[in-house]
Design a protein around this ligand. Structure first.
Ligand SMILES: [Zn+2]
Length: 515
């Protein structure tokens, strides 16, 4: 139902069927002020084929004209970062694709002024003055944090974070906490990403789905996010920080065992002794074991050189523990370095966490790829943040965020530490989270390695066949389902009511509020 002059990252991500036809690109024409890519809808018979056009950024920022400005923008209910073609340059570039182009949606800059627009022509085709692929990458990699900041400010900030990691082992715990709390006051003022929920990226997805279904004049099929018709995913992970944590696993494992949950445990190879029988027992219970850096000194990902020196030992422990997953200590992360770790998946990014020493957020509550590595974002606030830094009395924020993610078909990925579970608020909070979703029949309760495997299977499967007779081809065909996005651009319908009967697919609970 779609053919495109160029690969469309949004379709690739959601596994929407389309064909790349480079001959369509002939119309892109050399010497155009901006490079325009085109998806043509084949539409219902008799209908005028309409297109989604978008500004390509694939040749790199240096190839873009001055009229395409990298910045922070707002459209409808989402903030985004990327190069946007501003007003005057646009109509000229579009004359080859249609007539009667006029702005239909305003795009605001960070100061709240109208800076650009989404355009429509007389036949109803749409032009996006930005590249969805670039916008998605800006979020996933957290590169957006550099937008609008001077190189000097960025260097200063990086030095501060490095200093914190280096100093931390020498600081008494109480002082560490005081420092983190005073960071909190500064971080509260950062307006992006929102906390505990930042749904800009997912609102963009919903808007694009609505737009494309409207252009096509029919629902848009895609490979369901979770296997076997489950409507959301719940993943439990733990980092074991010290010897104390290593002796206290049962504070968290106990209630899990009782309620029938499995979880993943990340150990630090060279900080304390990890007895083989602990690893074996967890695995026998169906749990997973992962690698949590090498020494937990904040230096594993400090430089390419040090990482190269440490990696063979990390790999050795990964083999010994049959670990396929990595969690970086203090969620320290470097987008370019993560895939070089050689793990199947990484889980060191948060969807939003302004309270970490390296604050930020990839804004995604779904898995995604960083080169060949699957990234599984942490999507609940960490125990330490909630109970020690912010002094929450109970698990209210955990449960409300998890409900929000359930309603949005997302992945709830929790990170808790047995080391902190000596705090009864934390231990009780964890138990109430587990109890809350314990008999939820809509959930896919999975280990992180199972989610990574599913995400790979999904990414190399396609929807084949024709309208009315779609089928999944590839490794996801056994467990995958096809869902549809509907033309109404509102979040509800774009949020994919199913073709198949899906447990909970039609479920609607009252909106979850954060205040
Ligand atoms: Zn840790």
């Amino acid at each position: 139902m779609f053919e495109s002059s160029y690969p469309f990252a949004f379709f690739d991500y959601f596994r929407v069927p389309y064909a790349v036809r480079p001959e369509l690109a002939m119309r892109d024409g050399a010497g155009a002020p901006i490079s325009v890519h085109q998806i043509r809808t084949m539409g219902a018979s008799g209908a005028v084929p309409r297109s989604l056009l978008w500004q390509g950024t694939d040749a790199g920022p240096s190839a873009l004209p001055a009229s395409c400005q990298l910045g922070r923008y707002r459209l409808r209910d989402f903030t985004f970062f990327g190069h946007v073609a501003v007003g005057a340059a646009v109509p000229g570039a579009l004359s080859r694709f249609g007539h009667g182009w006029h702005p239909v949606e305003q795009i605001f800059n960070n100061a709240g002024h109208v800076q650009a627009a989404v355009w429509q022509d007389g036949d109803g085709s749409i032009f996006l003055p930005f590249d969805p692929a670039e916008v998605m990458q800006q979020f996933w990699s957290e590169r957006y944090q550099q937008v609008g900041r001077s190189p000097m400010a960025l260097r200063g900030r990086a030095a501060l974070v490095r200093g914190y990691y280096l100093m931390r082992p020498a600081l008494p715990r109480q002082l560490q906490l005081r420092l983190r709390r005073s960071f909190t006051r500064v971080q509260d003022q950062a307006s992006f990403p929102g906390w505990p929920v930042e749904d800009s990226l997912h609102n963009l997805y919903a808007w694009l789905f609505g737009l494309l279904a409207k252009l096509a004049g029919q629902p848009v099929p895609f490979v369901d996010l979770w296997p076997e018709g489950r409507s959301w995913a719940l993943v439990l992970t733990h980092d074991v920080e010290t010897d104390v944590g290593c002796r206290s696993l049962d504070l968290l494992r106990g209630p899990e065992r009782e309620l029938g949950y499995r979880s993943s445990w990340n150990f630090v190879p060279l900080r304390y002794r990890v007895a083989e029988n602990i690893v074996r027992k967890l695995q026998e219970e169906g749990c997973e074991v992962g690698v949590h850096g090498l020494r937990h000194d904040g230096r594993d990902l400090g430089s390419r050189r040090l990482l190269a020196k440490r990696l063979p030992t990390m790999r050795e422990y990964a083999d010994r523990w049959q670990a396929v997953g990595f969690r970086s200590p203090s969620t320290q992360r470097q987008w370019e370095l993560m895939p070089t770790l050689g793990f199947d998946y990484d889980s060191s990014y948060s969807d939003t966490d302004p309270y970490e020493p390296q604050p930020g957020g990839c804004c995604s509550y779904l898995p995604y790829f960083n080169a060949s590595m699957v990234e599984l974002p942490i999507t609940l606030p960490q125990d330490h943040t909630l109970f020690s830094i912010l002094q929450n009395p109970d698990a209210g924020i955990w449960i409300r965020k998890a409900q929000f993610l359930r309603e949005h078909h997302g992945m709830v990925l929790a990170l808790t530490h047995p080391d902190y579970a000596v705090d009864p608020r934390m231990a009780e909070g964890y138990r109430s989270l587990l109890e809350w979703f314990h008999d939820d029949r809509t959930v896919w309760h999975a280990l992180p390695r199972e989610v990574a495997t599913w995400w790979r299977q999904r990414a190399c499967s396609v929807i084949g066949g024709v309208h009315g007779n779609w089928r999944i081809e590839g490794p996801a065909s056994a467990n995958g389902r096809i869902r549809f996005a509907y033309p109404d651009s509102s979040r509800e319908s774009a949020r994919v009511a199913g073709g198949d009967a899906i447990p909970g697919g039609q479920m609607r609970t009252s909106p979850v509020r954060f205040s």
